[in-house]
Design a protein around this ligand. Sequence first.
Ligand SMILES: O=C(O)C1CCN(c2ccc(-c3cc(CO)ccc3Cl)cn2)CC1
Length: 317
Amino acid sequence: AEEKALLKARYVPENKVSNQLLSTMMDTSDEWISSRTGIRARNIVTDENTSDLCTKVAEKLLKKSAKKASDLDFIIVATMTPDYGTPSVACLVQGNISATKAFAFDISAACSGFVYALSVAEKLIRTGKKLGMVIGGETLSKVIDWDDRTTAVLFGDGAAGILLEASDEQHFFNEKLQADGQRAKSLTSGYVKNQSPFYKETSDSSGYLQMNGRDIYDFSLKDVTKNLSDIVEDDVDYLLLHQANKRIIEKISKKINVPREKFLTNMEQNGNTSAASIPLLLDESVENGVLKLGSNQKIVLTGYGGGLTWGSILLTL
Ligand SMILES: O=C(O)C1CCN(c2ccc(-c3cc(CO)ccc3Cl)cn2)CC1
């Protein structure tokens, strides 16, 4: 069977933090942030963790559909900010909604996580599973060094996802998933120090998110562009790239010679939400009518970031 991306849903914490507010907390300005990144505000949790955001999305997806939690065969959560190493966020969600038949696991591929997870989910459907949930969710605010203005102004919290059901229509047409571990240190987060009395701690890695912006910028322009040129076809209606930075999207659109208006964006009010950015953009674009489920619109989803990982999927709605 082929997969059919049924429904979308999203949930962001209600605490909206503007550039203006950040400028009272650290040496930055609305002008600098919005001109360099396209970000004007982001949503930051005050009492929720990643599993709480993802559970809200799961409940919304089920409510929107005629499906029950007990119908689910699997739940995949893409996140780089899980509540725990174990249990996975997906298992916490499975427990919260009592999806007792579903197996559940997380995927760690940073800002490519949702695309990687969707690729895996499509294979599960194609080999016989009937109904699955794929959610991208992050609470990046807990790994940010709030004294480091170069990263603190970029990231936000949120979650969004889709319900996938087996159908006899083909919706997936092409995909290209890539990684390069030799450039892993360009973006790190969540290092766990070994506390054992036997261990001679040597690493200077911190649990905080650390990013070499220049390296990531250059990687995005070079490798993502190449990946996209292998995937994009002339009749693609829209491209939904990971929402990291408005300028990089403009540069990529020029480099692959695809009109800028085909690139949907929503970083302005969400910031960079890593694995949640593409499903957030998907749900907002369906809600505002730009994307129409069942319309056969041809779209490309492209993630890129920590790992380093990057990847695209070409599909029809
Ligand atoms: O000085 C400036 O203009 C600064 C320069 C540094 N900036 C960056 C650098 C890299 C990213 C980024 C992050 C990820 C990870 O999700 C993926 C892809 C990208 Cl391109 C976002 N912003 C902000 C503006």
